[in-house]
Write a protein that binds this ligand. Structure first.
Ligand code: 5GP
Length: 143
């Protein structure tokens, strides 16, 4: 069902892009934004989104948008690797509610993984914003 449909300009990420909702940002330019996931599945969990596209998921996305997004995702992976020294980094992207998508604005998850630490549950525990700010600064410093 949610795999197809129209873009809702009041989704949470659209509000963050407009500045109507706060977010702990790591980096941005006129096209893309990387920010901390407020329900992190691991230390340093980030989200990478397009600031201009109205794509809800991968199926909707223009090739140019995808190119920019994956480039920004690579940049986020490199920065978090340098800053937090994880043992691995998972990149994920969900299409449609049955696949696990909850926000219908195309995004990539960048989830650092640490040896021996299980992955947190999706959307379970809310992070302390001050902790996220410290992490974001550290990651941004490694860009
Ligand atoms: P999805 O389930 O759609 O792939 O991922 C949506 C992600 O957005 C989830 O990991 C969730 O924790 C995150 N999220 C939901 N609401 C907010 C919010 O208001 N701020 C931030 N920074 N992340 C959010």
């Amino acid at each position: 069902m949610s795999l197809h449909g129209t873009y809702d300009s009041d989704n949470i990420f659209a509000k963050i892009i407009r500045g109507d909702m706060p977010a702990v940002k790591v980096f941005e330019d006129d096209q893309v934004l990387a920010f901390m996931d407020v329900f992190p599945q691991s230390r340093g969990h980030m989200l990478v989104i397009s600031k201009t596209s109205k794509a809800r998921n991968l199926l909707d996305a223009e090739a140019k948008t995808l190119g920019r997004l994956i480039g920004a995702t690579q940049k986020a992976v490199a920065a978090v690797t340098a800053a937090l020294k994880p043992d691995g980094v998972m990149v994920s992207q969900f299409n449609g509610a049955p696949a696990g998508q909850t926000v219908f604005h195309l995004h990539f998850h960048v989830i650092p993984r640490y040896e021996g630490e299980p992955l947190g549950r999706h959307g379970e525990a809310m992070a302390d914003v001050e902790d996220l700010k410290v992490l974001a600064e550290k990651i941004a410093a490694a860009l």
